[in-house]
Ligand binder design. Structure first.
Ligand SMILES: Cc1cc2nc3c(=O)[nH]c(=O)nc-3n(C[C@H](O)[C@H](O)[C@H](O)COP(=O)(O)OP(=O)(O)OC[C@H]3O[C@@H](n4cnc5c(N)ncnc54)[C@H](O)[C@@H]3O)c2cc1C
Ligand code: SF4
Ligand code: SF4
Length: 441
């Protein structure tokens, strides 16, 4: 017997980052029942992992957490986490998604988020949520402001010692929990699957992730975050307070050898933001940004850049040729200075790579939606209705359509929700016309 559970909604949103949450909240606010399907164990996307955000330097989680909570408590929104989408297709009823929910090995209805299991678990592994700098248990709440606040057990590292089950006050641990299959039907869909950073491991000349004090910008977000791995910025290899920190711009963008020939748009601004935050937390440190061009494209962004210069952050117009291990954990930066001319080297205690943005999801074979040459989801009308895709009733929001900052992501997500709502209105208008025609016949 087919044990697939079936659900029907007015709308479904794939991806629970800031774009997906905004689209879902806008649709639900208009009375439409909406499913949010998220692959991770928590909603919130990249934004909930950031420290502060340019250009206002607001705390990222102060903006994201209320939206996550609003979505979780909205009567018209149903969250599906830990979900993989295997197909999205059109049928007579609308858009049908086939979804598999991976087991958490924890009964969501019973777990009260008390973390007793996490405290008791003896297994400690590097915590990707903290850039790999600190440890996490095999069973844990994914991060402090995760939603839902439910535990998840990492079966690959669990040694089945039974300690978590013995302390769980509600009997929520289910070691033999199985994946669940769902068919989710909706009249319209918004794709908000965001991005992943281009991997350091692909950057041979920058050490392929093998140089200990070369990190990516998302790891620096965690070092700067209030609930970060060390509670302050320390050099990962030896816990030293860095005196000299460098940024390498366009480390994964505008580089055909990485398959990312486009500009990722946010890297200049996030590097400047992090440099400003660093000069606040480490006032004695020298901070250098090696850049090809600074692209400060948004409202008040140029002023933000000028403020960073006024704070003493050094901008060196240069193409960084290579990074190498130096003495005592230092990183040797070899670069061609485009203003002073000539190739030269300099040592820094810590180097941050401004990696580019790659699409967070490859819909090939899953959803017949058109992609651009950059592999992000294409818009049918980029100038007039940027969220409309070439699949009727399916819209796109946020970085799923191409690199962009939070301001543009939220604006576009509101636009996608509006287009989806218009589409739902047009469906009910044509249904009414059909009824009228039938009654006249
Ligand atoms: C280091 C760094 C710092 C930044 N700092 C700033 C800043 O200060 N200010 C600013 O304006 N912008 C900043 N940005 C950009 C900002 O992070 C993005 O604009 C924003 O997060 C985009 O949101 P999104 O919802 O489109 O994508 P994401 O945040 O990537 O969310 C996408 C969601 O979809 C989920 N998903 C992906 N595929 C699937 C699938 N197949 N099925 C189900 N779910 C799926 C993901 O798990 C994720 O939860 C920064 C970016 C980086 C890398
Ligand atoms: S699984 Fe049990 S012990 Fe762990 S957080 Fe949930 S209720 Fe608490
Ligand atoms: S059974 Fe696994 S998850 Fe539970 S406490 Fe033991 S090692 Fe940790």
């Amino acid at each position: 017997m087919d044990s697939t559970r079936e659900y029907a909604f007015d709308a479904m949103v794939i991806g629970g980052g800031i774009a997906g949450l905004q689209s879902a909240l806008d649709l639900a606010g208009q009375g439409y029942t909406t499913a949010v399907i998220e692959k991770d164990a928590s909603i919130g996307g990249k934004m909930i992992r950031l420290s502060k955000v340019f250009p206002t330097l607001d705390c990222a989680s102060c903006i994201t957490t209320p939206k996550m909570a609003a979505a979780a408590h909205h009567e018209n929104i149903t969250l599906f986490t830990c979900c993989d989408v295997s197909s999205i297709e059109r049928n007579d009823g609308g858009i049908l998604a086939s979804v598999t929910q991976r087991p958490r090995y924890v009964d969501m209805d019973k777990c009260i988020g008390c973390r007793k299991c996490e405290y008791e678990c003896p297994v400690l592994v590097p915590d990707a949520e903290q850039g790999g700098f600190s440890g996490r248990k095999a069973i844990r709440i994914p991060f402090s402001n995760a939603i839902p606040q439910k535990a998840i057990l990492d079966v690959e590292n669990c040694m089945l010692c039974g300690k978590c089950a013995s302390v769980c006050p509600t009997g929520a641990i289910v070691y033999d929990q199985q994946p669940e299959a769902y068919r989710i039907l909706a009249k319209t869909a918004v794709l908000a699957t965001g991005f992943e950073l281009s991997p350091i491991a692909d950057k041979r000349q920058y050490g392929m992730g093998e140089i200990p004090n070369v990190i990516d910008a998302m790891q620096m977000e965690r070092l700067l975050a209030p609930h970060g791995p060390y509670g302050r910025v320390l050099r990962p290899s030896d816990g030293m307070i860095p005196d000299s920190i460098a940024y390498v711009q366009c480390a994964g963008s505008r580089d055909a050898s990485m398959g990312v020939s486009y500009c990722s748009r946010v890297c200049c601004m996030y590097a400047i933001k992090q440099a400003m935050l660093l000069s606040g937390s480490l006032p004695l440190a020298d901070i250098t940004i090696y850049y090809m061009d600074i692209r400060a494209f948004g409202k008040n962004y140029e002023q933000f850049y000028q403020n960073a210069k006024a704070m003493g952050i050094e901008f060196v117009k240069a193409k960084v040729a290579s990074l190498d291990k130096g003495e005592n954990g230092a990183v040797v930066v070899r670069y061609e200075d485009q203003l002073a001319e000539g190739v030269t080297t300099r040592e820094h205690d810590l180097v941050v790579l401004s990696m580019g943005m790659l699409p967070g999801w490859n819909p090939d074979g899953v959803c017949p939606v058109g992609l651009g040459g950059d592999r992000f989801i294409s818009s049918l009308f980029p100038k007039t209705r940027p969220s409309v895709t070439d699949m009727a009733g399916v819209f796109v929001a946020g970085v799923a359509a191409g690199p962009k900052d939070i301001v543009d992501t939220i604006t576009e997500a509101g636009g996608a929700a509006m287009q989806a709502a218009n589409y739902l209105t047009s469906l009910s208008a044509s249904a009414k016309d059909a009824v009228k025609e039938e009654s006249h016949a």
